[in-house]
Design a protein around this ligand. Structure first.
Ligand code: SAH
Length: 346
């Protein structure tokens, strides 16, 4: 009989399971607190649980953990990048960034990605599999344990498309925000999507209070479809309609990600077109100078382009920021370390 993935269970699921094993109800609370609040990595860490019972638990359940394969620390800004080794020989990457308000972790939600955006390193090597809730939790717990810190913010912006792994991501969100567990506020969580339109409506219905980021990267379909195949399925009009619905239902501002690629999407004309499409929306545009990935030849827009583009948005009443680059000396943008590992292994 295969063992149950205990870190993917909610407190009530764990309680049901342990009560059915004949254990008193309070045991589930103790075990859950060890796993999620204290970040235990084995049943032997659970010192208020007797040896015999620890053995019984070990026979019934397994604890999903990540092992650190590679850890890179930026000399410039303390950003830490991890490549974690999962139990099946797959690798997943996460980045921890230090801000004035606390520590943020950027986690991966899938191994590889199906979406095939041409500028993104996560697309390299294709899609392997979804990550389970326990594996996403382990990214947070392993980084916390290693650095001896409390992480206060999470961004789902690593490898993978979170809305393509919807059920597991929703379960992860409920576990990571549970007050008996890591207790991270939903207000401190951002989820980034390339635009899986039906799931944006589903997410709106849940009224979770998280921040939705949408990877737009273009003002029109002809440019967007060239670099983001998802646009062929749901075009910008459908995407923005879903985004308007999201802001109406949740009253939450949407953040649009826009990677500035020289000569592709960074002209003044593009800025004007983007302004008119977003006019009147409860939103914010985050301009990101594109990161060069080994497999493509994109060049980031220069400072002057960024300035001119953001000025046009501002003049049209659109909130805009230029994202600060963290960890540039350690290849900290998503998918790059994993992609290198995959290529090196071949
Ligand atoms: N699949 C999700 C989340 C993962 S990518 C999404 O598409 O939103 C996180 C963000 O990084 C996305 O906005 C993505 O478009 C952006 N990104 C990917 N590769 C990039 C690169 N080379 N330079 C700048 N941003 C990039």
């Amino acid at each position: 009989m295969s063992k149950t993935d205990i870190r993917s269970l909610s407190l009530s699921e764990l309680t049901e399971k342990t009560v059915s094993m004949g254990l008193p109800k309070y045991r589930a609370g103790q075990i859950y607190s060890w796993l999620n609040e204290k970040g235990a990595v084995s049943f032997d860490d659970m010192t208020n649980i007797g040896k015999q019972l620890r053995k019984t638990l070990d026979d019934e359940f397994y604890i999903c953990n990540c092992k650190i394969d590679t850890k890179l620390v930026s000399q410039k800004d303390d950003t830490v990048k991890y490549l974690f080794d999962l139990s099946d020989g797959e690798y997943v990457e996460s980045v921890v960034m230090k801000y004035k308000y606390g520590y943020t972790i950027c986690i991966s939600t899938q191994l590889g990605c199906k979406m095939g955006c041409s500028f993104c390193a996560s697309a390299i090597g294709g899609f392997k599999r979804h990550l389970r809730p326990s594996e996403m939790l382990s990214e947070v717990i392993t980084a916390q344990n290693d650095l001896g810190i409390r992480i206060s913010h999470i961004v789902l912006m690593g490898t993978g498309e979170p809305l393509d792994n919807y059920d597991n991501v929703m379960k992860f969100l409920s576990l990571v925000t549970d007050e008996n567990g890591l207790n991270i506020s939903m207000r401190h969580i951002s989820l980034s999507t390339c635009g899986i339109v039906p799931r944006i409506y589903d997410l709106a219905e849940k009224r979770l209070g998280l921040t939705l980021s949408v990877s737009l990267h273009a003002p029109n379909d002809s440019i967007r479809s060239r670099s983001m195949p998802v646009n062929l399925k749901w075009n910008i009009e459908e995407l923005l309609k879903a985004c308007r619905c999201y802001t109406e239902v949740t009253s939450r501002r949407i953040s649009f990600e826009y990677a500035m690629i020289s000569g592709l999407n960074d002209s003044d004309e593009c800025a004007r077109e983007l302004s008119s499409r977003l006019r009147g929306m409860l939103c914010h545009v985050n301009l990101i100078p594109v990161n060069n990935v080994r497999e493509n030849n994109y060049v980031r827009s220069d400072r002057e382009r960024l300035r001119s583009f953001s000025e046009i948005l501002q003049k049209n009443g659109i909130n805009v920021t230029v994202r600060r680059t963290l960890g540039s000396d350690i290849n900290a943008s998503c998918g790059q370390l994993r992609a290198k590992k995959i290529t090196d292994k071949k």
